[in-house]
Design a protein around this ligand. Structure first.
Ligand code: ADP
Ligand code: ADP
Length: 228
């Protein structure tokens, strides 16, 4: 479960996130939509403390991340996977190593890695690509690697930062299908931000609408898209 309590993030004279309160139960696919500059990305990055809130608390499974030391935050962050619009893969490393590196960083052994990486690749449908470099993959395949890497350390939460915005509609649909399968099979809570209504419409259970740093509405996805 994710709880944001009075979360505010200010930069110099910009209030990027303005007193946001949200509770996202375990297993939910929660969408955050809004125009560019609304504060979506900053809010998402507050959930794993890539941005430290100026005020307020962030609780993941009842642990208040804002009360922890930097070292402890780094440990907690391993339980929170993240995927990005532009994938953020290491271009000089093979698919296998892109995933292995994040497991090494979490202190996993070579044996654990050897067993886990093929499982992850199978889950995302890339069993035959372990030895490819990112440049040899399509955008959709790169995002599948991003998803495998994000799941490598068995997170309870997956954060998706405009994860399909760089992909064409068919590829977007297949990535969303994969995220839905992961949510259903593993019970992972997914929080995604997007400026594309179709994305939330396709997979989100509930949706928050952001404007000027504030959450102005939270609703069931079907309510949000119902005809008035
Ligand atoms: P693009 O660059 O793709 O045009 P926009 O920021 O214009 O992105 O938003 C895309 C769509 O998302 C809009 O057509 C609108 O339907 C929806 N949207 C974005 N922000 C909001 C909001 N704050 N409230 C409701 N719908 C929104
Ligand atoms: P969104 O993801 O909805 O496009 P952002 O969270 O990226 O919105 O940005 C929200 C506001 O915060 C914007 O006005 C943006 O310019 C500002 N902002 C974001 N990151 C920084 C930063 N590192 N320094 C200063 N201002 C920032």
């Amino acid at each position: 479960m994710i709880e944001l309590v009075n979360v505010t993030k200010t930069y110099e004279n910009v209030t990027a996130v303005d007193n946001v309160n949200l509770t996202i139960p375990k297993g939910e696919i929660f969408g955050i939509i809004g125009y560019s500059g609304a504060g979506k990305s900053t809010l998402l990055r507050c959930i794993n403390l890539l941005e430290k809130p100026t005020e307020g608390q962030v609780l993941i499974n009842h642990t208040d991340l804002t009360a922890l030391s930097k070292l402890e935050v780094r440990k907690e962050r391993l339980k929170i996977g993240m995927i990005f619009q532009h994938f953020h893969l290491i271009s000089s490393a093979k698919v296998y190593d892109n995933i292995a590196f994040s497991m090494l960083a979490a202190g996993k052994t070579k044996d654990e890695i050897k067993e886990r990486v093929p499982e992850l690749l199978e889950m995302v449908g890339l069993s035959d690509r372990a030895d490819h470099f990112p440049a040899q993959l399509s955008g959709g395949q790169k995002q599948r690697v991003g998803i495998a890497r994000a799941l490598a350390n068995d997170p309870t939460v997956l954060l998706c930062d405009e994860a399909t915005s760089a992909l064409d509609p068919n590829t977007t649909a297949s990535i969303l299908k994969l995220l839905k399968e992961i949510n259903e099979r593993l019970g992972i809570t997914i929080v995604l931000i997007t400026h594309e209504m179709e994305v939330v419409q396709q997979i989100c259970h509930r949706v928050a609408v952001m404007e000027d740093g504030k959450v102005i509405e939270v609703n069931e996805a079907y309510e949000l898209f119902a005809d008035p």
